[in-house]
Design a protein around this ligand. Sequence first.
Ligand SMILES: Cc1cc2nc3c(=O)[nH]c(=O)nc-3n(C[C@H](O)[C@H](O)[C@H](O)COP(=O)(O)OP(=O)(O)OC[C@H]3O[C@@H](n4cnc5c(N)ncnc54)[C@H](O)[C@@H]3O)c2cc1C
Length: 490
Amino acid sequence: MQLFWHRRDPRTRDNAGLAAAARAGTTVPVFVCDANLFETTGARKRAFFLRHVERLAERYRELGSDLIVRAGDPENVLVELADEYGAESVFYNEYYRPERRRRQRAVEEALADAGVETDARTDAVLVDPGRLEERYPNHGRFRDDWAAVPKSEPYPEPEPDALASVQDEGVSGSDLGSGSDFGSDSGSGLVDFADLNADLDLDAEADIDLPEPGYRAARERFDGFLDGGIRSYADTRDDLSRAVEAPTLAVSRMSPYLAVGAIGIREVWADATDAFEAATGDERRNVDKYRDELSWREQMYHLLYYNPDLAATNYKSFPNPIAWRDDDAAFEAWTAGRTGYPLVDAGMRQLNAEGYVHNRPRQVVASFLTKHLLIDWRRGARHFAERLIDHDHASNHGAWQWTASTGTDSVDVRIFDPVAQAAKYDPDARFVKAYVPELRDVPAETVVDWPTLSRREREALAPDYPHPIVDRDEGYERAQRVFEEALGKR
Ligand SMILES: Cc1cc2nc3c(=O)[nH]c(=O)nc-3n(C[C@H](O)[C@H](O)[C@H](O)COP(=O)(O)OP(=O)(O)OC[C@H]3O[C@@H](n4cnc5c(N)ncnc54)[C@H](O)[C@@H]3O)c2cc1C
């Protein structure tokens, strides 16, 4: 008998550690609600994740088993459960976020002391970062090495007879209360997340509508994208009009599901590769671009693996400190989507309303904060971590550093011009108008040029919309100067 410890992988399909446990013999699936870890997760993503745990428990019950859910420190809980079920070993998947690594070490020591074996697998990524070199000068070089490593096929879901016929009675109850839709109204044996939340003093309620949770919902969304969007992905991924018209075709919007681990990365990769092989001509280039984006995700994990303090410390070293500004009013305007830069504000309002931001405005808002406003990227990254449902420790901090020019970008100082970006990617202002109602009646070309209009013109056109909080050219030049000073070039 063995335990499988579910961590950030609430799925039975394409789960490396679970498949390995099931191959070894009868397996008891376990999830430990770890309050310390949850406290560092934004409420929206925590709620989204917990809904997945509930779907996972349902799936186990369909397979004639159950998910054993306990609250506490995993190192204590797993030793107790190993004893209770007479398990000789505990299987799980590897994660690279420092808190998770520390937790894993504590679990391994406690289980070793108790005479229980452990078995950790690579699951979150296609290629174990430990198989690659420590540092790459650019994405192309990373991708070459990464592409040369053979990728596993998706792991099969365990057969029902490989799963222990257990019933979870550790946490039981019937009503989740307060309008939540992830409850069940039958009796004992069922996981009650409201009780868990009360015990842990966590609020699993999100302040926004969350996407449908679970593997099936993730699968459905990806199937829709494979049927259509992927074949024009390279050409349409930056088209913000299309992102408004057909949000899950212009791009996949798989990031929330990948971030909580609802679907396995090998499954996504295998399907994208089948689509690539079936495609001809121009479609082939489009599909391959999607696979390239997945390799960016892999590079971010690689970066975190070798730089565990990615969330706290500049990746690049600077001879002089970067003269970040402390400007609470500007930061608040940025978070509220009231900077007077329409594309920045639309992106931030998308974040507030959906817990998701399209990649193009995501780059623009991050650049605006760290360059035009010169506010430390760590403050922006923390805000994103609290608000995004697709928050991923590696991708968020790696991308913030890239955008802030403290990360892996091969360009010394990159500054996105928020007006030029709007002109290029949202010329019809469809994206801006979808999120900034104050500008709905303003002609598109005027929306694009908004920060360049006179005060009087702006007041006449949209009196409720703010004036730019920083001058476009002054902000640009100040950022250029500050970074050149930090780089010792002035
Ligand atoms: C400042 C900033 C913060 C970011 N924070 C996150 C984050 O917390 N979580 C997150 O998943 N992505 C993050 N990204 C990367 C990217 O914006 C999102 O992955 C993408 O917008 C998700 O939408 P999608 O699923 O429709 O992407 P698609 O365009 O459909 O891409 C497919 C998948 O590839 C991966 N991907 C694409 N671009 C990147 C990238 N640059 N880095 C890493 N993975 C990528 C994602 O898993 C994504 O789901 C961030 C980017 C920036 C600039």
